[in-house]
Write a protein that binds this ligand. Sequence first.
Ligand code: SIN
Length: 315
Amino acid sequence: MGIPKIHPPITNASGPLSVTEEELHALGRSGAGAVVTKSMTHCPREGNPEPRLAPRINHDVGSINSMGLNNLGYKRYAELVPALKQHGKPVIASVSYAPCGHDLPLEEQYLVIAQALEEAGADMLEINLSTPNLTGIPIATDPENVRRVMEPLKRAIRIPMSVKMPPYNNSLALFEEVASLLVELEVDAVVTMNSEPNALDIDLKTRTKLIRPRGGYGGLGGPAILPIALGEVHRFYRYFRDRGAEIPVWGCGGIATPEDAVKHFLAGASAVQVGTALLWEGPGIFERLWGGVERWLREHGFSSVEEIIGTVRDA
Ligand code: SIN
């Protein structure tokens, strides 16, 4: 089964404004090309203690969060899928893992959730292997974990599955290992990247850390991470292209303006996701971004995003 058409190729990133029923319907009514749920876990979770989100840090360069996978639990999201599909756009269920009061192992939790969401009618799954906020070490920094989670899913699930990855900019050897595994596993798409792990910021007036969980460390998102995200997108795009692997790359990280989205497309993204700026601006952002991307394309003599994907030139 092929990847559903995402039009416009701009969606929310799983997380901001995608937890509750109301938030998900607001995304359904918005100009986003799909609805992506908050990453769901086997048990409902309240998440980490407050304060756990600094939405605007240091001259608005971004946000830091350590939400701790606050979500309604997979059973509730499965119930919501049929109504969400009425908005006439793909519903992408983000699937994640957190320890939860029973001893169902990592890969079985992913599998149970994925099967339930497939049965509920989700159009696609985004397998989140990259949250930095439980231990500080995203699951996909260990290739064995990627295999352990994805092999059972590939055997059992028929709808398309993307994988959401952490940044690999500080370990290119690890990047190569994981990217080659994703080719072997024939994943349907790669979403790169989750927030930059283990960031910290300080309120100078009170001399306190901005968030409380995990000693004040959380995931950095927003404009500050745009260049890192572009690097990740381009690296995955080139890796797959050079090996003839037809795995689309979806860019996530740092998009607040139409030009940011265009940079992602030039670097190799075939769709993009918006997190921090969605938090800042609300679901109206999708129309603004897409309107600006269409304008940029027209002004530069292009008639579609497809014409510019991966066409960045060397300096
Ligand atoms: C969180 O809920 O802590 C963020 C989830 C993620 O970054 O994957």
